[in-house]
Design a protein around this ligand. Structure first.
Ligand code: NI
Length: 167
């Protein structure tokens, strides 16, 4: 297993639209294992392949905060939603920024696990929010895209400045 490098906003590679996984096997299982290691090492509660510069529709989550609920969603599709709720979100690609975002409060999601087995789940609460946030990543979207343009440009300036100072 290997820890992967996480891209940071406003890296244009975070705008890549990921492609569906069509062949399951060792390569996908290795990517998923590396993504879990990267997410737990960060530490974070969710990670999309886009964030580690892999353009495949894979995401991992563990909202337990004690490592007891690892989940993998490949080619995830939200097929039904209910309600709206607001929750404070953060993102490993946008460190130290936390803002309220509106999402569906309940979702039905279909996906495959890392071995290629199809499943369907009904989710609510933090895990529902997390899965919606990570699916956004697979479509090249970030949670800051849900904020006002004023807030977003403030955050963007902050990160551009930090990157210049790091050079
Ligand atoms: Ni994120």
């Amino acid at each position: 297993m290997a820890k992967l490098q996480i891209l940071h906003y406003p890296d244009p590679r975070l705008r890549t639209i990921a492609k569906p996984v069509s062949v399951f096997g060792d390569e996908i299982e290795r990517i998923v294992a590396d993504m879990f290691e990267t997410m737990y090492g960060a530490p974070g509660i969710g990670l999309a392949a886009t964030q580690v510069n892999i353009a495949k529709r894979i995401l991992v989550t563990d909202t337990s905060r004690d490592g007891s609920d690892p989940r993998c969603f490949i080619n995830p599709q939200i097929v039904e939603t209910r309600g709206i709720e607001q929750m404070e979100e953060g993102c490993l690609s946008v460190p130290d920024v936390f803002e309220n975002v509106e999402r569906a409060e309940w979702i039905r999601v279909q996906a495959f696990d890392q071995h290629g087995t199809a499943f369907e789940l009904e989710l609510d609460g933090l895990l529902a929010v997390c899965v919606q946030h990570e699916i956004d990543h697979l479509d090249g979207k970030l949670f800051v895209d849900h904020l006002s343009s004023l807030k977003r440009s403030r955050i963007r300036r902050k990160f551009e400045k930090a990157q210049k100072q790091a050079l």
